[in-house]
Design a protein around this ligand. Sequence first.
Ligand code: ATP
Ligand code: MG
Length: 348
Amino acid sequence: TVTTTSTSLLADDDAVTAAPSRHRVLTGDRPTGPLHLGHYFGTLRNRVRLQRLGVDTFLVVADYQVITDRAAPGEIAANVHEVVLDNLAAGIDPRRTTIFAHSAVPALNQLMLPFLALTTVAELRRNPTVKDEAASAGVSSLSGLLLTYPVHQAADILFCHGTLVPVGQDQLPHVEQTRQIARRFNDSHGGEQPVFTEPQALLSPAPRLLGIDGTKMSKSRGNAIDLRASEDDTARLVRRAVTDDERVITYDPQTRPGVSSLVLTAALATGQTPESVAEGIGPQGSSALKALVTEAVNEELRPVRARRAEYAAEPGLVERVLLAGAERANAEADRTLQRVHTALGMKY
Ligand code: ATP
Ligand code: MG
C-alpha cells in the first residue's frame, strides 16, 4: 500500500514561508486580455513573493483554454504578449520562473487523456466555475473543451509536480479536481511510489476582488482597472466605482461590498489593515476614500507600469522568454509523461 501524507486544499501561508524549498509553484493566466488589479492582488503578488523566497515556479499561459469561449483567433497572440508583459512587470523573473504557453508543450495534451479517464462527466458538470464560465461566455451549448477545462488545469499543475497553486477563489474547484485526479492516479497506477503529489491552493487576502460595478473584477465585465492603465484612467475608473448612501466609511464586505472593496484595495496597496484604512477615512466619506485608493494604487503600480513600458519597448523579449520557458517545460513534461506511460504499462 502507498502511504501519502494528506494535505488540505488550502495551503497555510506561514508553513509555506517557513519552508519554501519544499514547494514548487504552478501558476498561470488565460490570455483573455491585459491583467487587472484582481489578478495583481489575487495572485500576482503571491507569485512574486514566492519566487523571491526561492520557490521553483512554472507559469503557464493557458492559450488552449480561450479558443472556444473568449478570444477571437486573431487576438490570442496579442493577449499572450500582454499577459507575459504584465507578469514580467509585476516582478516575475524569467531566469527564475519558467514561463510558457500551453500550446508549446505537446505532452500536456497527452497527459489529458489518462486524466480524463479518471474524471466523470457528472463531476465536470457540477463544477461551479465551469458553470459560471459557460454562462458568462454566453455559450448556449457547452463545448467539450470548456467542460474539460478543470482537467487541462490538472495537466498544467501535475506535469511539473506543482505543490502550490496561488489562485483566486474561483479556481478552488479546479484545484480540488486536480487533487482528486492525482489521488485516483496514484491509487490506480501508483505502484510503490505515488506518481503525483496533491497540490494545495494558496489564497491571497483578496481572493475575489470586486470591480467598479461591485461584482467580481473581470476582463469580460468591463469593470476592471488594468495594471497597464494610465494614472488618469485609474483615477477616472475609481471615481466611477459604486459605493452606497452611508456617509461614514466602514469595512464590512458582507453588507457594504462596494465600499469594502475600495477599502481593501487601499489597504493592500498601502500595507495597512482594511479596518485601519476605514477608520482613517471614517466620516470623510467616499470621495476621500476614492482619492486615497487612486493615490495608493497609482503609487503601488508606478514601478510596475514603468517596467512594463520598458519591457514592451524591448524587441523580441516576450518571444525569447516564451521560447526558453517552453524548452524547460517540455523537458519536464516529457519526463512526467514517461513516468505516466510506465505506470500505465505503455512501454513497448
Ligand atoms: P477574468 O476573471 O478577469 O475574466 P480570467 O478568468 O480570464 O480573468 P484567469 O486567467 O482565469 O483570468 O485568472 C488568473 C488568476 O487570477 C486566477 O488565479 C484567478 O483566480 C485570479 N483572479 C482573476 N480575477 C480575480 C479577482 N477579481 N480577484 C482575485 N483573483 C482573481
Ligand atoms: Mg477567471
